[in-house]
Design a protein around this ligand. Structure first.
Ligand code: HEM
Length: 396
């Protein structure tokens, strides 16, 4: 805001509805960004922040924009994890994750495991034959099995991971206060607690590279371990699954770009980054103002509940040329899909390794002539989380 100008009042976006956001949020984001960087959206009961600069400002100023949201449904569903703490408390939890998710450990340890899991689940997709669903018959079990081993749940299955993840995420989004949703989320939460209680002493005796193994020897309260693992189950499964399917869908819809990555497999990493920019797997996350403030010229009161819509910021035309297009050849600019500041995604390198390095090149090599099923079209949906909800595929 330039000196001498008054901050504007927040415009109201009563025209925005949740079903429309769920179907296709991008035209809505275009209209909102054109009008103002921040709106009050009654349907969502939040201020939605849609410009790149405003989202970036929030990420860099944790004192004004706290992650510790009042009455957070995530806290009710999963406990008080690092994602809903501010520094210095946040840093203690974040540091407790040690080197498990870091590039060195991925290279030395996890990549071989990702390769083996990819082999298993891609073979299962092949065995199902053309018409199988790329998301549910491959991407989901692959991402779930990787995360199971990263967490150290040797007493659970990848199916447990998928069920725990989805039911606790449903709790996090249970604004309708549906009792059945809470019951399922509480059931999963109790199962995760029991699985952690069983694994911690076993891993203290027989350590491995997993998160729970590292935590077994840390002076971290059990309550924090439980909450952090639940948040990681919720945040480390759907996103790799969704970016894997979205990237393949985008490449199949842009054959000239697919030819370009097949010609030079280093471009799979570029396709991955463009895909997470184009469709951010986590489209929005919350913050709360700790004082009256002015964000990009818009006045916000203390205690304002914000939705940081990185799915919209990533398509801001002030930053990205022709932002609605999937284009692996665009000039590279930093997207916001992994968040920023203190809460920058701890699993960024794990996601890149399992999807861009391991899965994507093998998918196109192992399934020659891979194509979408014209008789049964793929569906993309969602806005808080967005991805392919079904994607039947065929190959030669
Ligand atoms: C493409 C895949 C992924 C995307 C797009 C993604 C996105 C994000 C975003 C946007 C945040 C910050 C949210 C906020 O500030 O409120 C975050 C945090 C986090 N993510 Fe990811 N994530 C991905 C994969 C993973 C994986 C595979 C793991 C674990 C193996 C993981 C673990 C975490 C953790 C632990 C945090 C909390 C960090 C903190 O609070 O300090 N993520 N992620």
């Amino acid at each position: 805001m330039s000196e001498g100008t008054f901050p504007r009042a927040v415009p109201d976006a009563a025209w925005v509805t949740i079903p429309d956001l769920h179907r296709d949020p991008f035209p809505i984001y275009q209209q909102m960004r054109r009008e103002a960087p921040v709106h009050w959206v009654p349907a969502v009961n939040r201020y939605m922040v849609t410009s790149y600069t405003a989202c970036h400002t929030i990420e860099q100023d944790a004192e004004t924009f706290s992650a510790d949201e009042t009455d957070s449904l995530m806290k009710r569903s999963m406990g008080h994890s690092m994602l809903r703490k501010d520094d210095p408390e946040h840093k203690v939890d974040r540091d407790s994750y040690g080197s498990t998710l870091r590039p060195g450990t991925i290279k030395k340890h996890w990549n071989a495991i990702f390769e083996a899991n990819n082999e298993k689940y891609l073979s299962e997709l092949q065995a199902k034959g053309p018409g199988a669903d790329f998301v549910w018959d491959y991407a989901a079990p692959y991402a779930a099995e990787n995360l199971r081993l990263i967490c150290g749940f040797h007493n659970a299955t990848q199916e447990d991971m998928q069920r725990w993840s989805q039911t606790m995420i449903d709790g996090t989004g249970n604004y309708a206060d549906d009792a059945e949703v809470w019951a399922k989320s509480a059931q999963s939460s109790a199962e995760v607690d029991a699985a952690i209680d069983e694994m911690l002493p076993l891993l203290a005796e027989n350590p491995d590279h997993s998160l729970l193994s590292g935590l077994a020897s840390m002076p971290i309260p059990l309550e924090a371990i439980r909450a952090n693992l639940k948040m990681t189950i919720g945040g480390g499964l759907n996103e790799p699954r969704d970016v894997l399917a979205t990237t393949v869908w985008a490449l199949l819809n842009h054959p000239e770009q697919l030819a370009s990555v097949e010609e030079d497999p280093r471009r799979y990493a570029v396709a991955f980054e463009e895909s997470v920019r184009w469709v951010a797997p986590i489209g929005m996350y919350p913050r709360e103002t700790t004082r009256d403030t002015v964000l990009e010229g818009v006045q916000l009161p203390r205690g304002a509940r914000l939705g940081v819509v990185i799915g919209a910021a990533n398509r801001d035309p002030d930053v990205f040329e022709d932002p609605e297009a999937f284009n692996i050849h665009r000039v590279k600019k930093p997207h916001l899909s992994f968040g920023g500041g203190a809460h920058f995604c701890a699993g960024t390198w794990v996601a890149r390794a399992q999807v861009a390095q391991v899965a994507l090149p093998s998918v196109f090599k192992r399934l020659p002539g891979l194509r979408l099923d014209p008789a049964d079209p793929a569906v993309d949906a969602g806005w808080v989380f967005r991805g392919m909800t079904k994607m039947p595929v065929r190959w030669n």
